[in-house]
Design a protein around this ligand. Structure first.
Ligand SMILES: [Fe+2]
Ligand SMILES: [Fe+2]
Length: 481
């Protein structure tokens, strides 16, 4: 079977996996032939896509790490805040994942908008357990990680769904309310004596970042418990790859790139390294476009995660990208759910389109031409970019042209460095959003950036995918839920 994005589903396609709703009702059974009505329903409910089976893809096996039965039971337990059920679900997840010959989480979760929270929670638990097994945690610890992961967002039931699913920009008060959910989760489970302190602390700390920019306490590095570090990284991975009312999903390869870009800043480095060993960037069943223009579907793993086995659509030829010398110069250029649409320019997001939305203005200040070019090329498709080469030029620019929507500022510059430039700017522009670029990652730098009211700081050399996501978050906190 292979994965087909909702926008690409056609009447007559046969489902390779059943699709269900939260109330365990099966929406569509495996083997069902899709009709225009079914497809319209999947679109309306915000399903990412579906696994379909056809003669072309009949040999592609998409291994499920955890049985549907266990997933359903876990979702039920989480939805009804049933701690005994959650503990049972945790041990079932561990049993099934650890029985895999080689742990690889290949199956994409296609959940609808409405089912997001519970599916998300169970996905996070599956990823977290896989990472924890790879990191060599004991069975006792695995249990604690799994329970914490299943409980991490329980507190969201206290938050108004209107806020959780709001498509528009959140108000500050709404955003603060969302940021209270780790505490809400902590309070919900703390009344239960079987949930120990390690589990509670993991739940409370799952939005803390390595550099202290997270919440609720702004803990850093060693202060953050390992379980929370694991849950944090896979939580973000799952949020990025899912379809939400307010954002398009990233393909796994991009979400992994984001984690790599944030390693040591937002996420624990060892955890990110381990995530890469259990989540394939190109899972079997996913469509890819090669650098030679050929379209293919991934059919299986090889020893090199970025060069899987594939089958070319046009010729039906199977190629092992890790060993086929005729393809040694060819690489995967694009993958994911929305490729066709992004190529033809059709927007799949419920008719919402970029057109008419004003492009945001970003000013980039950096003394290195190479660095300016890298930043520009990562961002210019989405934003209007102006580049300047010194702090003095930046001050002048602001005086003459006024403030842009966002300022990206290098720290290390001759004469006036980035931090002093922003200090000066603050006298006249208190609210200007600033993101620092720096080659140095240490606590002192972060504290100094925070002191001048920085939204974020990003390590050089910049990883384009990481940079794009962080800039989007800096411009619109909606993304950082
Ligand atoms: Fe959360
Ligand atoms: Fe979460």
């Amino acid at each position: 079977m292979r994965f087909v994005a909702t926008a690409d589903l056609k009447p007559g396609m046969i489902l390779g996996r059943k699709i269900h709703t939260r109330n365990k009702a099966t929406l569509l059974e495996r083997g069902v032939e899709l009709t225009p009505k079914f497809i319209a329903r999947l679109k309306k409910d915000g399903y990412l896509g579906a696994y379909i089976t056809d003669s072309f893809s009949k040999d592609i096996k998409v291994e499920e790490a955890v049985s549907e039965k266990t997933i359903e039971a876990a979702i039920d337990a989480v939805a009804s805040v049933d701690i005994d059920g959650i503990m049972q679900a945790a041990s079932n997840l561990i049993m099934e994942i650890s029985s895999m010959e080689e742990i690889s989480l290949d199956l994409l979760d296609i959940r609808s908008f409405d089912d997001y929270t519970y599916h998300h929670t169970v996905n996070v638990a599956i990823y977290a357990v896989a990472v924890a097994i790879k990191m060599g945690l004991s069975i006792n610890e695995l249990n604690e990680v799994a329970i914490a992961a299943l409980c991490h967002d329980l507190g969201k039931i206290r938050i108004d769904p209107m806020i959780l699913n709001k498509k528009d920009r959140l108000t500050d008060a709404e955003f603060d309310e969302i940021r209270r959910h780790p505490q809400y989760s902590y309070e919900l489970i703390s009344s239960n004596p079987v949930v120990n302190l390690k589990i509670r602390m993991a739940v409370l700390s799952h939005h803390e970042n390595e550099n202290g920019s997270g919440y609720p306490y702004g803990k850093t590095g060693e202060e953050i418990p390992l379980y929370a570090k694991i849950i944090h990284a896979v939580d973000v991975f799952d949020a990025l790859t899912s379809n939400r009312p307010y954002k398009d999903p990233c393909p796994p390869v991009e979400a992994l790139e984001y984690l790599i870009g944030g390693a040591g800043i937002l996420f624990d480095i060892t955890v990110v390294e381990t995530v890469q060993t259990v989540i394939p960037p190109y899972p079997p069943g996913m469509d890819v476009i090669l650098s030679n223009g050929e379209r293919a579907v991934v059919t299986g793993h090889t020893t090199q995660s970025l060069r899987p086995r594939i089958k070319i659509y046009e010729t039906g030829k199977e190629v092992d990208l890790s060993s086929d010398l005729r393809y040694r110069m060819v690489f995967i250029k694009d993958s994911g759910y929305l490729m066709k649409e992004s190529i033809s320019g059709i927007d799949t997001k419920n008719g919402a389109s970029d057109e008419g939305r004003e492009r945001k203005q970003i000013l980039v200040v950096d003394d290195s031409k190479i660095s300016l070019d890298q930043t520009r090329s990562a961002l210019q498709d989405e934003y209007d970019i102006t580049t300047l080469e010194s702090g003095a030029a930046c001050l002048k620019y602001l005086e003459v042209k006024g403030a842009p929507d966002l300022l990206i500022m290098d720290i290390d510059m001759p004469e006036m460095d980035g931090l002093s430039t922003v200090e000066t700017i603050r006298a006249t522009h208190q609210d200007l959003a600033v993101v620092f670029l720096t080659a140095i990652a240490n606590r002192d730098t972060v504290l100094r950036c925070n002191k001048v009211g920085a939204k974020d700081y990003i390590l050089k050399p910049v990883n384009p995918i990481y940079l794009r996501e962080r800039i989007e978050i800096a411009l619109d906190k909606n993304m950082d839920r």
